[in-house]
Design a protein around this ligand. Sequence first.
Ligand code: TMP
Ligand code: MG
Length: 302
Amino acid sequence: MLCQVCSVFFFIVLIPEFANISVCMKDPERVQDIIVSMQKAGSNTLQVIADFDMTLTRFAYNGKRCPTCHNILDNSLLIDDECKKELKDLLNTYYPIEIDSSRPVEEKLPLMVEWWTKAHELLIEQRIRKDDLAKVVSQSEAKLREGYGFFFDHLHEHSIPLLIFSAGIGDILEEVIRQAGVFHSNVNVFSNYMDFDELGVLHGFKGELIHVYNKREGAMLNTGHFRELRARPNVLLLGDSLGDLSMADGVQDMENILKIGFLNDKVEDRRQFYLDSFDIVLVKDETLDVPNAIIRYLTGTK
Ligand code: TMP
Ligand code: MG
């Protein structure tokens, strides 16, 4: 057991990215202990669980907000102007609630269901065609975080399963990673998938709704996935919302979990909540440099 100063030093020698200005930790010693035990257990015991919007994708680029899966559709030519306005009004009403740290999650739950339900009803009215999704994504401003190539490719090369657990839209996020050339065979996705009729027109969404604060329930519906991965009790979790903390609740016989949180917005209001909840907090960091450095260390890659 090392003192805090030694812990920080130890880290910076082994993982220089921990010296990045964006990196904050409440308890560096604990982080060190987790990483050391995960490294000892070996990368064949590791699985990665990541949120998508604003975690694997950028929050902002050149000072401009980047789109979520929903925004990719909302801003596209597939949506008429009146519907665009209604979707924007929903975003302006409910997003501040989503990130408001002064309101308890129980109070937010029905409001998030309301947001997702209203937004999905509006999208269904637009008679979106499956065949148009690839074009919409290619014309969008969606951007994976810098370092995404290493992240996806390295996990694939080391056969480390990556679960993308998103309250966005599965069809859209799959298209984003497909077009980036990183939709490898080790990737699984839990998300809201569109349901198309026999003519390929959107007429609903499949399965139980996943919103930003019910990922625990989503995880519990997928026990089969976690059973298959029960030989991988070490988890690297990446998220940008406090709701993402429950993404690993379905993991069986968990041994270690390292939680990395991207704090993108309302930084000062939320800093303490994030420090109390995530092991490592990355403040206004648009890259995957820190998760990549940890993965490099855990896989013994120089
Ligand atoms: P995720 O980060 O779990 O993938 O969550 C999805 C994000 O999508 C969440 O931060 C809210 C956002 N969202 C929109 O931008 N527009 C919408 O219409 C809805 C329902 C959600
Ligand atoms: Mg997110």
